[in-house]
Design a protein around this ligand. Structure first.
Ligand SMILES: [Zn+2]
Length: 88
């Protein structure tokens, strides 16, 4: 079964253990194969590529809200966005 994380800033999803229903592999997101898309990151089983975890990317409003709430990662991301050159 594929787990979808809709709130990127919810604590704990990176270290949560998942069991692959296809090959019985077990582990957390750090051990999975990550594929980055515009709207989401997908994490797949490193053994059989079964999609185990989908993390929806936060939009700017959510990043700003999380940063305002004191989330260090969101504050870092806002700083990166602020220093990025404007699109042409
Ligand atoms: Zn697997």
């Amino acid at each position: 079964m594929t787990t979808t994380v809709t709130d990127y800033y919810q604590p704990g999803w990176r270290g949560q253990r998942h069991a692959c229903p296809a090959c019985d592999w077990q582990g957390d997101s750090r051990q999975m194969e990550m594929e980055l898309h515009d709207e989401q990151s997908e994490y797949a089983c490193p053994q059989c590529e079964f999609p185990l975890l989908v993390v929806l990317h936060p939009d700017l409003a959510r990043v700003q809200a999380a940063a305002a709430a004191g989330n260090a990662e969101a504050q870092e991301q806002l700083a990166i966005l602020a220093s990025a050159p404007p699109p042409h």
